[in-house]
Design a protein around this ligand. Sequence first.
Ligand code: PLP
Length: 438
Amino acid sequence: MTLPQSRALLTAVPGPRSLELAARRAQAVSTGVSSTFGVYVARAGGGIVEDVDGNRFVDLGSGIAVTSVGASAPGVVAAVGTQAADFTHTCFMISPYEEYVAVCEALARLTPGDHEKRSVLVNSGAEAVENAVKVARRATGRDAVLVLDHAYHGRTNLTLAMTAKAMPYKTGFGPFAGEVYRVPASYPLRDPDGMTGEQAAARAIATAERQVGADRVAALVVEPVLGEGGFVVPAPGFLPGLAEWAAAHGIVLVADEVQTGFCRTGAMFACEHEGVVPDLVTTAKGIAGGLPLAGVTGRAELMDAVHAGGLGGTFGGNPVACAAALAAIEAFERDDLAGAARAIEARVRPRLEALGAPAVGEVRGRGAMLAVELVRPGSLDPDPAAAREVVRRCAEQGVLVLTCGSWGNVVRLLPPLVIGDELLDDALGVLENALLAV
Ligand SMILES: Cc1ncc(COP(=O)(O)O)c(C=O)c1O
């Protein structure tokens, strides 16, 4: 890590050089693309992002769960350099190469279940989800896709149909792909008191059977922990209940592990916490230490049900991204980053739970995917303004945290799994003050 692992504020936030860039941006970049923070990045390393004015921020967002191995992790940087010097692109569909095969071998080894597996590599999480649905439809000959309330699966037309939240993702962009049916998720804070995971699964299944019928369903796509929907951990028994029903009806269970995968929740994949073995797993984000790469991995008989040429894309499984993924995967395993995620939870959760801030409705999450849902004190009414204010106060003090949630009222923590204790404690202190102040 070449950057000092400490906060430093040299100017106002944003500083003068960031403000200059913001002015240029306004003339060049669509207003449809927004940024949480107004500071422009010059460098990043480990758990620190340094802006163009020399301010150093503690990064508790990891570029939305991407730089789990740390920003610019040395192994990733070296692998990228070596691969870029060898060749940057040939297109795997034209002239294949070992790095793609090696990433698929690693995915087969690391994803849940010891059945025979195959993979396809693509460029983004949304593209992975699209391809999982293609595979499920081709393999089952059925059309319907089941998704959960509060789900987020991406911004392409099909994945927008699968995503729950209208603003900002869907509004004005329809019509969306058809044959997508939404069923209730397990959301312990907001479900009826005492509802078990099994009961929440039965509720979802009853909705699916009423709306579409199990025999028409190709795929049931679930995030094992709802990501953009608010870091909601389902009640125990919910995922196994859905998995059992899917298996009984020949429905392909797709675990969307784009955000939860690669050690983020304290296991290599979040499904492992409940012993669920999905038929297909989608991965992206943390897979390649910051390079764009995504994959669909699953049962060989499903993945190989697709005709030759049915899957692919010009850039899918780019060799530089694959080399980065192999280096990142080496770090996940060698450095026990799943253990690191559990250690982060053990450090952060008790502090947030003990805080007693009136706006905190719930502290939840798994591993280093932790969140605080903010509500109007004494109620469950979501308080998105409080969440925005926490983010603003933290940024002003040199700490980057993100929001999520169907109502935008959840502050989420996604630190790099390599973050040092001292840096984490320092950032937590800032977050605690912000939570107490709203
Ligand atoms: C669970 C999940 N699926 C899919 C996506 C879409 O990934 P991408 O932004 O790489 O298309 C995301 C992104 O946040 C996600 O969290």
